[in-house]
Design a protein around this ligand. Structure first.
Ligand SMILES: [Zn+2]
Length: 263
């Protein structure tokens, strides 16, 4: 991934997306905003207790970095489900209720979701110039939000999964993601036992591999092209927000993705 820094605003871009014309995207960090601790500093969530005016200013900072106007951005009220919504110009500036995946093929529309440990999944279909952005925590993963997003792209844009380029964003990784019996039981129902989703620790607890779970689900759908962000949000809490590491008192970083006019 390429690390961009503009006046203190730091965001990453996938090599496999960056070299594609017709695409705009950014995986933002917590660096370059105006929020104070524990939200410092580029928090884009209005629902974590941060000052609304500061969050608005942070969002404008994010949009400016990618050359996007606020009226182009469509976001969602994320609920750890598996609903995917197709959006376009009519939804510009809106928050789509109870949705964890957004799709568009409109070059005027930018998708944005917010993260702190959950996995961002960015999808690009270069043939149909369509994109999708999904939010997968363990609950969404057990409901297979990744496959639901691919199916929605197939239905809306005739996407061939073998042609999709998928970027997996910064999330809490297996080094840090200790989970309880609830997650183990849900995984037993949602995955074959042969998928190595859990790492047993010396103390007998289990760590869950969220990125591997979603990669496996996408491979089952026929996706072949992946680029995975080399960051654990909990280990890299200086650059990303981590709900787990910061015990729930933290912000959310932004991920944006949208088709662009071919230059
Ligand atoms: Zn870690």
């Amino acid at each position: 991934m390429l690390r961009n820094s503009q006046q203190g605003v730091v965001y990453y871009q996938y090599d496999s997306f960056r070299n594609s014309s017709g695409l705009r995207h950014g995986v933002f960090t917590r660096l370059g905003g105006q929020s104070r601790p524990p939200f410092a500093s580029l928090n884009v969530s209005h629902t974590v207790g941060d000052d609304n005016a500061v969050v608005d200013a942070n969002q404008e900072t994010v949009f400016r970095a990618l050359g996007v106007s606020p009226g182009q951005v469509v976001t969602a009220h994320q609920v750890h489900g598996c609903r995917a919504a197709i959006v376009g110009r009519r939804e510009a500036g809106q928050v789509i209720p109870e949705t964890d995946a957004l799709l568009t093929n409109d070059p005027e529309t930018m998708l944005m979701l917010r993260f702190a440990d959950c996995l961002p999944i960015l999808f690009y279909d270069p043939r149909h110039r369509a994109v999708a952005l999904a939010h997968a925590g363990w609950r969404g993963t057990m409901q297979n939000v990744a496959a639901a997003t691919v199916r929605a792209m197939q239905a809306a844009y005739h996407t061939d999964p073998a042609e999709l380029r998928v970027g997996l964003g910064p999330c809490i990784q297996v080094c840090c993601y200790q989970v309880g019996e609830e997650v183990r039981a849900a995984a037993q129902r949602a995955f074959p036992a042969s998928v190595p989703l859990f790492a047993r620790q010396p103390d007998g607890s289990y760590h869950f591999d969220l990125a591997l779970a979603n990669t496996w689900q996408l491979q089952q759908m026929g996706v072949r092209c992946f680029e995975t962000a080399p960051f654990c949000t909990s280990c890299c809490v200086d650059e990303f927000y981590s709900h787990r590491r910061e015990r729930g008192r933290t912000g959310r970083f932004a991920v944006l993705l949208g088709p662009d006019r071919m230059s």
